[in-house]
Write a protein that binds this ligand. Structure first.
Ligand SMILES: Cc1cc2nc3c(=O)[nH]c(=O)nc-3n(C[C@H](O)[C@H](O)[C@H](O)COP(=O)(O)OP(=O)(O)OC[C@H]3O[C@@H](n4cnc5c(N)ncnc54)[C@H](O)[C@@H]3O)c2cc1C
Length: 469
C-alpha cells in the first residue's frame, strides 16, 4: 500500500520499519511479505527523480578523487537501481568465506535473487588454469521502482511512504525505540519492534554516525562506524588480442559461449600464492576497430612474425581485440572512512558526509600481477598477447574510470572494534537494529555488489522472522 496521507496512519504499529527503498530495502520487504510480516518502508525520495531530494546526497571527498557522491547514487523510490548498469554475479566463494559466512548461507537465496533481478540463474565458470577462470555475468534490466511499485501498491503487508527523510534512530540501553523522520516537513517519531537501515553504501554510515552522536547510551563508542569504506576500482589495465577459437578449443565444452564480453577472473590460488587482491579482466563484446589497428601496428614493429599472424586472424574474425578493462577488489583500509562534516549540514540539519579516500597500493600491485600472469598464460598457450599500461607496469598509478560501488562503513564481523554488524546484520550490542546493503561487506571482492545485496536482504528477512516470533 502507498500511504498518501501519513497523518491517518501515524499511530499504526508496524513490527518492522525499513529505511530506504533501493534493492536492499525492497528485496527485504518482498520477502517479509511472503512471510506475512507487515513492514513500513520510509523512503526519502519521491516516486521519480527529484532535484531537491538529490541535494541531500551532497558530500565532500578528501584524498583521491572519486565520482561525485551526488551522481553515483539516486535518492528516489528504487534507489540507485534507477540508473545502475545491471551487471550481476554472485561473489566468489573465497571472497565470501573471508567474511565468516558460510557460502551456502547466502547461495541458498540464489533462485529468489534471480527472480527479483529477472535473471537466469546461470553463472557458469570454467577453469583456464590454476590462476584464472572464465566467468559469466548476467545483465539485469530491473529498475526496482518500475518493477515493484505496482506490487507494493497492491500489497497487504508492505506500506510505503515517500518523501520521508529519516534523520536518526532513538533509544538507549541496547534497544532502539523509534526512528525520527520528517514527512512533508512534519517531524514524527515512529515506534517499532525491528528497525532496518537500508539507505545505501554511504547513507547507512551517515545515519548511524548521527544516531551515535544524538543518543548518549545507544551505540558503543568503540564500534568503527564509517570505517573500512571501499569501492571497486574500474580501470584500463592495458590492451591486447585474444584468439577466440583457440580459447574455445582449450576450454572445449566448458567455453562460455555467448555473444557478450569476455570475462576472466582470478581464482583463490593466485590470490593466496601471489598475495594479491582478487580481480577480473573484461574485454568488450564488440571488437574495437580503432584499437585493432594500433595493436597490430605495435605488434608488427616489435614482433613482425606474430604481427602478421594476428593480422591474418583479423580477417578470420577470430579476435577479441581492444582495451582490457579490470574490475578490482579494493583493500579494506580502516582509514578510508565516512565521517560527518563538522560545519556543513543539509536542509534538515544533518551534517553532510565527509569521505576520506585513498587508492590502495595493494590494488595497483594486484592489477599488475593479474595482467602479468594473464599475459604469461596467453603466451604459454599461444592464445594472444597483451600489453600493460605503463603507469601500472611501473606501479605508479591507476585511473579509476568511475566509482559507483559503495561498500563497507558498517562492515560485518565478530570483533566490535573492527566491525559494526554481526553476521546476521544486527548492529553490535543493539537488540533490534539491522543494516542491509553493501555497507555490511567485509571485503569487496571484484563482483558488482547488488546481487549479493539482494541475497543478504533475503537472508535478513529470515533472521527478522525468527526474532519476531
Ligand atoms: C552508474 C551506476 C552503475 C551501477 N552499475 C551497477 C551494476 O552494473 N551492477 C551492480 O551490482 N551495481 C551497480 N551499481 C550499484 C548499485 O546501484 C547499488 O549497489 C545498489 O543500488 C545498492 O542498493 P541499496 O538498496 O543498498 O542502495 P540504494 O540503491 O542507494 O538505495 C538507498 C535508498 O535509500 C533511500 N534513502 C537514503 N537516505 C535516506 C534517508 N535518510 N531516509 C529515507 N530514505 C533514504 C534512497 O532514497 C534510496 O531509495 C551502479 C551504481 C551506479 C551509480
Amino acid at each position: 500500500m502507498i500511504i498518501d496521507n501519513f497523518e491517518e496512519i501515524k499511530n499504526n504499529l508496524y513490527p518492522v520499519i525499513i529505511v530506504g527503498s533501493g534493492p536492499a530495502g525492497i528485496s527485504l520487504a518482498l520477502k517479509l511479505e511472503k512471510q506475512k510480516i507487515n513492514c513500513l518502508i520510509l523512503e526519502a525520495g519521491k516516486e521519480k527523480y527529484d532535484h531537491q531530494s538529490q541535494q541531500f546526497y551532497e558530500g565532500i571527498v578528501i584524498g583521491d578523487s572519486i565520482t561525485n557522491l551526488k551522481h553515483s547514487r539516486l535518492r528516489q523510490l528504487g534507489g540507485t537501481s534507477g540508473h545502475w548498469g545491471g551487471w550481476c554475479k554472485p561473489m566468489d566463494r573465497y571472497n565470501i568465506e573471508s567474511w565468516g559466512l558460510d557460502y551456502n548461507e547466502i547461495s541458498e537465496y540464489s533462485d529468489e535473487t534471480c527472480d527479483i533481478l529477472s535473471l537466469k540463474n546461470n553463472f557458469s565458470k570454467s577453469q583456464l588454469n590454476n590462476y584464472f577462470n572464465q566467468i559469466q555475468f548476467q545483465y539485469s534490466k530491473v529498475r526496482f521502482a518500475k518493477k515493484f511499485l505496482g506490487i507494493i501498491q497492491k500489497s497487504k503487508y508492505i506500506s510505503l511512504v515517500t518523501n520521508a527523510h529519516v534523520s536518526h534512530f532513538i533509544g538507549d540501553n541496547g534497544v532502539v525505540k523509534s526512528v525520527s523522520v520528517k514527512i512533508n516537513e512534519k517531524d514524527y517519531s515512529l515506534k517499532s519492534k525491528i528497525f532496518v537501515s537500508s539507505c545505501g553504501g554511504v547513507e547507512n554510515s551517515r545515519i548511524l554516525l548521527w544516531t551515535k552522536e544524538l543518543n548518549n547510551n545507544l551505540i558503543n563508542k568503540d564500534i568503527p562506524i564509517g570505517n573500512y569504506w571501499m569501492t571497486h576500482p574500474w580501470i584500463i589495465g592495458g590492451i591486447g588480442v585474444i584468439k577466440k577459437k583457440k580459447l574455445r578449443k582449450l576450454l572445449k565444452d566448458k567455453f562460455i559461449d555467448h555473444d557478450g564480453p569476455l570475462h576472466i577472473a582470478t581464482s583463490s590460488n593466485i590470490v593466496s600464492e601471489k598475495k594479491i587482491l582478487s580481480g577480473a579482466i573484461y574485454m568488450n563484446a564488440t571488437e574495437d576497430n580503432k584499437i585493432y589497428k594500433e595493436v597490430i601496428k605495435d605488434l608488427l614493429c616489435t614482433s613482425p612474425e606474430y604481427g602478421k599472424k594476428i593480422a591474418k586472424k583479423l580477417f578470420d574474425k577470430d579476435l577479441k581485440c581492444g582495451n582490457i578493462f579490470m574490475n578490482l577488489e579494493e583493500e579494506a583500509n580502516r582509514n578510508n572512512r565516512i565521517t560527518l562534516h563538522k560545519n556543513i549540514k543539509d536542509k534538515n540539519g544533518i551534517p553532510i558526509t565527509q569521505l576520506f579516500y585513498k587508492k590502495s597500493p595493494k590494488t595497483l600491485f594486484s592489477a599488475k600481477t593479474i595482467m602479468q600472469e594473464f599475459g604469461k598464460f596467453l603466451i604459454n598457450k599461444d592464445i594472444g598477447r597483451i600489453a600493460l599500461k605503463k603507469e601500472i607496469e611501473n606501479l605508479e598509478n591507476y585511473e579509476n574510470l568511475g566509482v559507483h560501488h559503495h561498500m563497507g562503513g558498517t562492515r560485518m564481523g565478530d570483533d566490535l572494534t573492527k566491525s559494526v554488524v554481526d553476521k546476521n546484520l544486527k548492529v553490535h550490542e543493539i537488540k533490534n537494529l539491522y543494516v542491509a546493503g553493501s555497507s555490511v561487506f567485509k571485503s569487496s571482492g571484484y563482483s558488482n555488489p547488488t546481487y549479493t545485496i539482494v541475497q543478504l536482504s533475503l537472508r535478513l528477512s529470515n533472521e527478522i522472522k525468527k526474532k519476531i516470533s
